[in-house]
Design a binder for this molecule. Structure first.
Ligand code: NAD
Length: 451
């Protein structure tokens, strides 16, 4: 497999596919190593993650350049990803000891009732390319702390980043057999589904997530699916600072070229401020700097997968054919970049307002009330995040409560915290990463009745 980075199109590295026959060998190694790893004191496993986080920061420059070369992300956003990845470990470093300790929960007469958290065993993580550090950490950090071994398949679009993650974890003290990298495309992912793993943790598209769910279900082992989104943002008419809302909506929609699971993908604006918001938003879009991802001034880099450009064009054509108005952008530039695109007069019979776009294209729809906004925000098969801009906190929270998504943002968007659950609803996923729930996801709780 050759890794040609979209940033320069140069061959970055030849990466060898992990041969299907080697998968079982790696599993057997991991299985045997895990029985030792789980016996290492919890504090020592946490110490390894602490050292891993420190190594991320120490090697920030080299790692962020590699990330940009491999996925075409602007260099400033790659630096933020590495810094964010290091600080994302903090929740688990600070809280795991307390959360995983054996707890006496009740005394029933002569019987002590105690809960213990065993690791699952050897788990598989099949991962995505858009935030390889951030989405990887959701899985392998709590999994390793809880005492599991991990077979990690990075996306075929960022194998070199996958190797760097492994190198730093090994350097931090995680045994090589306990964290192993499997290289390959969907065939490698499919082959992992035939291994007798003790849990499957997938980050990727809804379509692949459904295939994984049906293959894993008969195994009766835990599974988490972190899938795509069609995340809505609603701007109410109760807003003291429309410019700020436009600025944040812009960042939510176009950060990482719109290639985030929690990118803002649909904007609804109350009719009272619709024109003001729309004009400010479009003005800001026209000021975005597009260009070489290695240039620190660039905000919009290259689209990572070239094949995705025709998908973006199709969504735009579908919307235009049904009456949408193209306000700016609308086409690719030089086969590498896609113009940041805004469409108005959009409706829910357009793919643009229903299907994940995963690119720098956004639709803005006018609404007449909170009730209409709520109805529209709920009207997709996804439920990852939703965002409301509103000066009245009670009103904002009331709206968010009505939206069937795992995350609600008030006056912010496109944000992840390791202290809070990350749990897509409906077509956006199954199960929960991050927070204490995302640590317990890698444990098999055991109840002891001790008399
Ligand atoms: P993808 O589904 O194409 O691939 C994800 C991984 O699955 C890759 O490693 C790929 O090799 C593997 N794979 C593909 N087909 C497979 C199969 N049949 N069996 C087993 N493995 C298979 O997704 P992608 O393009 O890498 O990532 C983008 C998607 O991920 C977007 O939909 C995005 O929203 C989503 N995502 C979600 C989150 C989240 O936290 N919810 C985070 C990041 C990305």
């Amino acid at each position: 497999m050759s890794a040609n980075g979209p940033a320069t199109e140069d061959l970055i590295k030849e990466v060898e596919f992990t041969h299907t026959n080697a998968l079982m060998e790696k599993y057997i190694e991991a299985h045997s190593a895990q029985s030792k790893w789980k016996r290492i004191p919890l504090e020592s496993r946490i110490e390894c993650i602490k050292d891993f986080a420190a190594l991320l920061l120490e090697n920030k420059e080299e790692l962020s350049t590699e990330l940009t070369l491999e996925v075409g992300k602007p260099i400033t956003q790659s630096i933020s990803e590495i810094e964010g990845a290091a600080s994302k470990c903090d929740f688990f470093i600070l809280n795991s000891e307390d959360l995983l300790k054996r707890q006496k929960l009740n005394q029933d007469g002569a019987t002590e009732e105690i809960i213990d958290y065993d690791p699952l065993g050897v788990i598989g993580h099949i991962s995505a390319w858009n935030y390889p550090y951030l989405v990887g950490i959701n899985i392998f950090v709590p999994a390793l702390i809880a005492g599991n071994a991990v077979l990690y398949k990075p996306s075929e679009h960022c194998p070199k980043v996958g190797d760097s993650i492994a190198r730093l974890l090994w350097q931090a003290g995680v045994p090589k057999e306990v964290f192993q990298v499997l290289h390959g495309d969907h065939k490698c992912g499919q082959a992992m589904l035939h291994l007798p793993l003790d849990g499957y943790f997938f980050t990727g598209s809804n379509a692949v997530g459904k295939k994984i769910a049906s293959a894993v279900a008969p195994k009766l082992v835990p599974m988490i699916l972190e899938l795509g989104g069609k995340d809505p943002l609603y701007v109410t008419n109760d807003l003291s600072n429309v410019d700020n809302a436009a600025e944040q909506a812009l960042d939510g929609a176009f950060y990482n070229n719109g290639q985030s699971c929690c990118s803002v993908e649909r904007i609804y604006v109350h009719e009272d401020i619709y024109h003001e918001f729309r004009d400010k938003f479009i003005q800001k879009v026209s000021e975005l700097s597009i260009g070489d991802p290695l240039n620190p001034c660039t905000y919009i880099g290259k689209v990572t997968r070239k094949a995705h450009m025709s998908y973006l064009e199709e969504q735009i054509q579908d919307a235009l054919s049904k009456g949408a108005k193209l306000e700016c952008g609308g086409k690719r530039i030089d086969e590498d970049y896609f113009e940041p695109t805004v469409l108005t007069n959009v409706t829910h019979d357009m793919k643009l307002m229903q299907e994940e776009t995963f690119g720098p294209v956004i639709g803005i729809q006018k609404v007449i009330s909170d009730a209409q906004a709520i109805e529209l925000m709920n009207d997709t098969e996804y439920g990852l995040t939703s965002s409301v801009f509103c000066s009245d906190r009670l009103r904002g929270e009331r709206i968010l409560k009505e939206i069937n998504s795992g995350t609600g943002y008030l006056n912010c968007a496109d944000r992840v915290s390791s202290y809070l659950p990350w749990a897509g609803r409906k077509g956006s996923g199954l199960g929960c990463a991050l927070s204490k729930h995302g640590l317990y996801a890698f444990c098999a709780p055991k109840g002891y009745h001790l008399r």
